[in-house]
Design a protein around this ligand. Structure first.
Ligand code: SF4
Ligand code: SF4
Length: 288
């Protein structure tokens, strides 16, 4: 027994400190991590082949006479990369960016308009919105999460996780928050067993019809000012499941959402990023 303990201690010392200091410093993405797709809307010659292979309708193309509307919705995107493979001109590329959380659902959507020539090629006209830079991402990394939580809450942030119909991929990433690498407790973030003890609900899944009532009850049981964070493509919009006989779609179809965290699943640093954005919103709620 003593020898085993010695071996564990030796391995621990050899590994050194593995805990990240995110968000004080940005984290490098894991090797081969596939983040969001980026579209060079001005360069794109034909978005139709990419939209046709998109499994969640995150990328859509609508033609009306000689004009074309192209919409990219990160709230639906599962970062599968099929659109980039089907992009004949290389205008769509996959990135390693994952910190995409936003407070306003519409900030996840970019829309471009084109004129169609006689050969069916699209010529760029204008953007209706250009949110591919996710400005809230940069803001968050510059702030100190721990200080902000303590300033606003005067104590730690208690989170109740609610699985409203997830495939559990998002739960695996949420579990990673308590790993030695992310160690959410160093930031004052703790997971609790009851919504009655929680400041925030972290909700995954496309909200199955069976989970609608438990989710409403969890929301009502959470003391105000409560925060709700929708996790993953499913939590944002229903994701790959969408809205169907057994699924209601995104979390905001059932309860109000303060922050949306895209991804399928979002990695732990993307979750931390979204949690900080939500804490900022708590400050606003307390002032009113
Ligand atoms: S990465 Fe996948 S889900 Fe996202 S827009 Fe491209 S094809 Fe659609
Ligand atoms: S977003 Fe992806 S990983 Fe998360 S529950 Fe939905 S399908 Fe699973």
């Amino acid at each position: 027994m003593g020898f085993l303990m010695f071996k564990i201690l030796k391995a621990s010392f050899a590994a050194g400190i593995v805990t990240t200091d995110y968000p004080d410093r940005p984290m490098d993405p894991c090797l081969n991590y596939r983040g969001r797709p980026m579209i060079d809307f001005q360069k794109a010659e034909d978005c139709m082949p990419a939209a046709q292979v998109c499994p969640t309708a995150a990328l859509t193309v609508q033609d009306k006479l000689d004009t074309r509307e192209v919409v990219l919705d990160y709230g639906r995107c599962i970062f599968c990369g099929l659109c980039a493979e089907a992009s004949p001109d290389g205008a769509i590329r996959m990135t390693s960016e994952s910190e995409l959380a936003v407070r306003d659902r519409s900030h996840l959507v970019s829309t471009a308009y084109y004129r169609l020539d006689e050969t069916g090629k699209q010529q760029f006209l204008k953007m209706a919105s250009a949110n591919q830079s996710a400005p809230e991402s940069e803001e968050i990394v510059k702030r100190e999460l721990k200080g902000k939580i303590h300033r606003i809450l005067g104590r730690s942030l208690q989170i109740r996780e609610v699985d409203a119909g997830s495939c559990n991929g998002c739960e695996v990433e949420i579990t990673g928050l308590n790993s030695p690498v992310y160690d959410a407790e160093r930031l004052g973030i703790r997971f609790v067993a009851s919504p009655r003890h929680a400041d925030m609900l972290l909700v995954t899944g496309p909200v199955t019809r069976n989970m609608e009532s438990p989710l409403r009850k969890a929301y009502q049981a959470t003391p105000e000012p409560r925060l709700v964070v929708a996790v993953g493509a499913c939590g944002c919009t229903g994701g790959i499941f969408g809205c169907n006989y057994s699924s209601l779609g995104g979390v905001d179809q059932v309860i109000p959402v303060d922050v949306y965290i895209p991804g399928c699943p979002p990695p732990p640093q993307a979750l931390l990023h979204g949690i900080l954005l939500a804490v900022g919103r708590l400050g606003e709620k307390l002032r009113h």
